[in-house]
Design a protein around this ligand. Structure first.
Ligand code: SF4
Ligand code: SF4
Length: 902
């Protein structure tokens, strides 16, 4: 055990603002300084008073050392971060300051990146110094923060309409005041968190803008570089795009700051002071947000970005008795006793809860990608089609595809379906997407990159160009990467191209949506099989930092019955792929399709188009249990396909190696008591059908090839990848997996949703020392109680039905898009079930939500004017003491003073 250094102990004691605390060697005040402060430095610093300026000549007198010695050691201390300096005196003479720890030396020590690398313990030092001194005081702090640290300054655009605002609430006021003296430097919180693997995956550079003499200090000590006002505005805009919170320092009294920060709540220690301790006064601006019910359409964008978890999705519809749902409010320390029980150590995760427990719009809840459906319906109703597309693409880069082939869980859940028929959500989406496909200039989503230095350089390999892989690629590109997709087939699209017949989804629709991805920087290498043409190990050598395995289930499954290897028997996957490549492929003679899902329906309809006569489909399930949608079944029947329910294959009959018939046995039940697939048969009850072709559509398998040879990636049920349920990380840390290869065969929209989640993980993984899980949106939503709603005065128009066209080709799409008039009628049918609700007790008035709302439905209101008070750190007790008295009285008068929640 190293000897305790008395000078460092003494210095820690001098700088700390922990009242009454006798600093010892276990305190961060000691071990933090001990990392980087020499005894010589401590000796000089001990001659200084905290936050009092001293010139070089005064220092000579105080220390008895020479000017040369002092000049050098003061610069060394400034570079280390122990000392700050400025020229804030009438003669503009350089003067030194021994700053407090926070804001002060704890930040400065962390902003010296070389030093932080050599002394990673400094990261924890900063963390502890923003925690330990605050544990007791935070509940007592009045609005305005009492000169402790920083406070929020709202997005300027959000308060422009407020004619009651005062100058210090405007960022432009501060930029005017320090005109021409700005320097951008790295964010010390982002750097600090990385030292203990809790980074937020943002590039830390340039988020912190020093103003006035602080700018010179940052540049001279090599922490930052000068920036122009235009560059400052660019950084601020980028911060708003990313949902970061603007904060200013608040320790120097009225009308004085030294930095404007752009804070990510997942790492920011200043925001933590209000979030962890549940004491919003520590951060809040003078404003609170409120939603306007008539305008809000629960798109959820504000919810995703609110740093405080103050806005969540609720419902707009009244309850059956006509009353409104009431929402819980956070209790505040103003009139409650406060203890550790009121803290929330998991505040970063809590803030990412999307929904109140009473639920929100069923459509958004049911959609696996949780698209803001109510929002885009509203936009479409107003003819704002490009904005509607933009909103959809936040969650789904394949709206034109999904508008044609989605299994529409949103519609199955739609509240309108309880009255007459669900909103034709998918048809509206198809219309919106088609507008873009038909446009001369396509819509290319804006990249939102959490970096001030342009795009990220890390190479990412996506293995499999189906919906999961391409969705992952799209969202990585949106985040600023240029991922490469390796696809073994001739064209990208996976099952969208090779598994879905073109009369439902024409290939150029898939290609058109992929074109947008390419435009955004996704590179697609087709005809490359990973494991055969190139291995993962080789790709690692080529510099790829992460992999996303999304190869889907591209193999067909057989039934395990005699005769299934005969000529004329094919799996659904093989058959559909063959026809996708060659529309002239011929099926001749009587055809039997085995299976009851949408794929089986596709096979039947395709077989009919290829010339199959007397196409019959047999499935285990009864009609009402069939996995295929009713719409799909009816369309097949309209084409003459006969559906036979309650039969399972027993044997395929052959003659000279060729199929000549199939024997079925009666299926008496499909699932067991636990709901698991476990069919039971009456072997004595059989049916023999003569036929020339049998297509088996009874499941799909994963075809791994040699991709995983030598890898630690584990395979589980059905040969699927074993991966973490939240992050999708496999046993090889740089390999992630998702889509059908992880879940087994599901729908395109499930794969698309999975791809986006994987992009989040991969971004966090490739940015060094980031957490894959903390502060992550788990994308969990709750459906409102449809049994307890009052729906009145809705539009009585019936659900619109799209027209159809006749074509020469049996493989061409026949269904038309809605007309504009139908769009108007259909969107007017939406009951507008959900809305965002702000808990004003949690809101810190940053205004981030207002920048995300495309409906002008959430606004800031100036309700805490005292929060704009700025106090000198030295005066904090003067600010806190009156509040303590006021608070004590309020607590005494509050009968619920001990309760945790109202
Ligand atoms: S203003 Fe309030 S509700 Fe809006 S994002 Fe900021 S904290 Fe959340
Ligand atoms: S009525 Fe509108 S908001 Fe409600 S579930 Fe249906 S589409 Fe969604």
């Amino acid at each position: 055990m190293a000897e305790v250094r008395p000078l460092i102990l003494e210095l820690g004691q001098k700088i700390t603002d922990r009242l009454g605390r006798k600093i010892n060697e276990n305190d961060p005040e000691y071990w933090g300084l001990n990392e980087i402060v020499t005894d010589e430095m401590a000796e000089v610093a001990l001659k200084m008073d905290v936050r009092k300026t001293v010139t070089l000549s005064q220092l000579v007198k105080l220390t008895g050392k020479s000017e040369e010695y002092l000049e050098k050691i003061m610069m060394d201390m400034a570079i280390a971060g122990l000392i700050e300096y400025n020229w804030e005196n009438p003669k503009r003479e350089k003067q030194y300051i021994l700053p407090m720890f926070v804001p002060g030396s704890a930040e400065f020590t962390n902003m010296n990146q070389k030093q932080l690398e050599e002394h990673p313990k400094l990261g924890r030092f900063f963390d502890r110094m923003t925690f330990e001194p605050l544990t007791k005081v935070t509940p007592m702090v009045p609005e305005g923060g009492a000169g402790i640290g920083m406070h929020v300054i709202p997005v300027e655009k959000a308060i422009e309409a407020e004619n009651t605002s005062v100058s210090v609430e405007h960022i432009s006021h501060w930029l005017d005041k320090y005109d021409g003296k700005y320097a951008a430097s790295p964010c010390s919180c982002r750097l600090s968190r990385r030292t203990y693997e809790e980074g937020c995956a943002d590039d830390p550079e340039d988020w912190c803008i020093g103003v006035g003499d602080m700018a010179d200090y940052l540049v001279e000590t090599k922490r930052g570089h000068y920036v122009t006002r235009e560059q400052v505005y660019e950084i601020l805009q980028r911060a708003e795009d990313n949902g970061f919170v603007h904060q200013i320092t608040n320790i120097d009294g009225e009308n004085k700051i030294f930095a404007i920060c752009n804070c990510n709540v997942n790492v920011c220690y200043a925001l933590r002071t209000s979030q962890l301790f549940n004491t919003p006064n520590m951060s809040r601006s003078a404003y609170v947000a409120r939603t306007e019910s008539d305008k809000c359409v629960a798109c959820g964008r504000c919810v995703e970005y609110c740093p405080a978890g103050a806005v969540k999705l609720g419902q707009k519809l009244c309850k059956k008795d006509g009353s409104r749902v009431s929402y819980p409010k956070h209790i505040l320390p103003d009139n409650h006793k406060w203890s550790e029980a009121n803290w929330d150590e998991n505040y970063r995760d809590t803030a990412r809860i999307n929904c109140y427990s009473t639920g929100t719009a069923p459509c958004k809840t049911a959609c696996p990608a949780h698209i803001g459906i109510q929002g885009y319906l509203k936009m479409a109703s107003e003819g704002r089609y490009t904005e509607a597309l933009e909103l959809i693409k936040k969650e789904n880069p394949f709206p034109a595809v999904c508008g044609r082939i989605c299994n529409k869980r949103c519609e199955a859940a739609c509240t309108r379906g309880t009255i007459d028929e669900a909103i034709a959500i998918d048809e509206v989406k198809k219309f919106i997407a088609q507008k873009d496909l038909d446009a001369k200039v396509r819509f290319i989503p804006k990249k939102v990159i959490p970096s001030n230095r342009g795009e990220f350089s890390q190479k990412i390999a996506i293995i499999g160009g189906g919906p999961a892989g391409l969705s992952c690629a799209f969202y990585l590109a949106e985040k600023g990467y240029r991922p490469t997709v390796f696809e073994k087939n001739k064209v990208a699209g996976g099952m969208l191209v090779y598994g879905i017949p073109s009369f439902k989804l024409e290939k150029d629709v898939v290609a058109a949506e992929i074109d947008v991805m390419k435009e955004m920087g996704v590179e697609i290498k087709t005809g490359v099989e990973v494991g055969k043409d190139v291995t993962i190990a080789q790709l690692r050598e080529q510099g790829y930092k992460a992999f996303y395995i999304a190869i889907g289930c591209q193999g067909g499954r057989k039934a395990g019955v005699p005769g299934e290897d005969a000529e004329g028997v094919m799996t659904a996957v093989d058959f559909l792929r063959t026809v996708a490549d060659d529309h002239d492929f011929k099926v001749s003679g009587k055809t039997v399709v085995v299976g009851g899902g949408n794929v089986a329906i596709d096979v039947s309809r395709t077989a009919w188009r290829c010339g199959g006569t007397d196409v019959q489909q047999f499935c285990l399930e009864q009609r009402n249990e069939m996995p295929a949608t009713v719409e799909e079944i009816e369309e097949a029947e309209e084409e003459g396909i006969k559906i036979n329910c309650g039969w399972g294959p027993k044997e395929i009959l052959t003659k000279e190696g060729k199929v000549c018939g199939i024997v079925f046995k009666k299926c008496v039940s499909v699932k067991d008591e636990t709901g698991r697939f476990n069919p039971k048969y009456d072997e004595a009850d059989t049916l023999t059908v003569e036929c020339d072709n049998v297509f088996l559509s009874i499941g799909q398998a994963i075809v791994w090839g040699d991709m995983l040879a030598g890898s630690k990636v584990e395979l589980g049920r059905g040969n699927g990848v074993v991966a973490d349920a939240v992050t999708y990380q496999t046993a090889e840390p740089d390999i992630f997996a998702g889509g059908d290869v992880y879940t087994g065969p599901k729908f395109a929209i499930d794969a698309i949703a999975a791809g986006k989640k994987a992009a989040v993980s991969i971004h966090r993984f490739v940015q060094p020392h980031s957490t894959l899980t903390i502060g992550r949106d788990k994308r969990e939503f709750i459906e409102l109680n449809k049994e307890d709603i009052l729906v009145e005065g809705y539009d009585n128009t019936p659900r619109q039905v799209p027209g159809s066209k006749t074509t020469d080709s049996k493989f061409a799409e026949t269904k038309l898009c809605f007309t504009e008039e139908q769009i108007k009628k259909e969107t007017a049918r939406c009951l507008s079930c959900g809305q965002s609700i702000v808990d004003e007790n949690k809101c810190i008035g940053c205004g981030v939500c207002t920048t995300k709302c495309a409906f002008d439905a959430i606004k800031l209101h100036r309700e805490h004017p005292k929060a704009s008070r700025m106090t000198k750190s030295e005066d904090k007790l003067k600010a806190i003491l009156p509040n303590i008295l006021k608070r004590e009285v309020k607590i005494l008068l509050n009968p619920n003073r001990n309760s945790m929640e109202k």
